[in-house]
Write a protein that binds this ligand. Structure first.
Ligand code: ATP
Length: 238
């Protein structure tokens, strides 16, 4: 459902991605795990059509993201690390705006009830976004990604900045979405990724360093991650 082939990205002379390959089948929850600066956000921004790669290809549901960007984007619900929320709108007005922008939502009320039920947002329907806690705002960010029912969800650092209770809530939410969607999340939180995901792709210095699932992921993730990321990440200009 999500396929990435030999993805490279230069920022000026800095090589942020160096030949990334992976394939995520339908229905899987995969985690892209890496240290700060490893290339996770760059990879997700390319996959969602926000920036162009220097080389390589990405496919969503068999559709090339760069040849048919509109068709590919229609199949993706994207939660950027900083969700583009309009603070002065209510949850309902914001989600209605997103539905109009995305198009293809015939009955907004029905869609609103569906996504707010999944994200437990019904009580906040008329709340202004600026009055919501960070955890609720993340849920609004996830709800906007669900509008129109795209089959692929891509969440960049969905738990960053959350407190422990909110982290558990978002983990349970992602697990509940796994029944209907193919999901790719990025994180640098080892224990969270192993609890939330079926599989972990480890990215280090812009390259794939590991691909773990099952017992290897649950029992050994910390040791394997430290082993696979022993070399320091090179920052821009170094
Ligand atoms: P973090 O966990 O800290 O968000 P990340 O794994 O998401 O890190 P990226 O944000 O993809 O990493 O960055 C990968 C590398 O590319 C870093 O060294 C970063 O400084 C560099 N980089 C990212 N965006 C740009 C840009 N627009 N211009 C120049 N360099 C950039």
């Amino acid at each position: 459902m999500i396929r990435v082939e030999n993805l490279t990205k230069y920022y000026n002379s800095f090589e942020a991605l160096r030949g990334i390959d992976f394939n995520i089948p339908t229905g899987q929850v995969a985690g892209l795990l890496g240290l700060n600066g490893a290339g996770k956000t760059t990879c997700l921004r390319i996959l969602t059509g926000f920036i162009m790669p220097t080389g390589g290809d990405c496919y969503i549901d068999g559709i090339n993201v760069f040849d048919r960007p509109r068709d590919a984007k229609a199949r993706i619900g994207y939660l950027p690390e900083q969700p583009p929320l309009y603070q002065e709108l209510t949850v309902q007005d914001y989600l209605q705006f997103v539905a109009r922008m995305r198009g293809g939502v015939e009955d907004f009320e029905q869609e609103f009830l569906r996504v707010t039920k999944l994200t437990w947002l019904e009580p906040a329907r008329r709340s202004l976004i600026r009055h919501l806690s960070l955890g609720y705002r993340k849920r609004v960010g996830i709800a906007q990604a669900l509008i129109g029912s795209p089959p692929v969800l891509i969440f960049d650092e969905p738990i960053s900045g959350l407190d422990p209770i909110q982290i558990v809530e978002i983990r349970n939410l992602i697990r509940s979405l796994a029944e209907q969607y193919t999901i790719l999340i990025s994180s640098h939180n080892l224990s969270e990724v192993s609890k939330t995901c079926d599989r972990v792709l480890i990215i280090h210095r812009g390259q794939m360093a590991g691909d773990l699932s099952g017992d290897e992921m649950h029992a050994n993730l910390e040791d394997r991650f430290l082993e696979l990321t022993a070399a320091p990440v090179t920052e821009v200009g170094q």
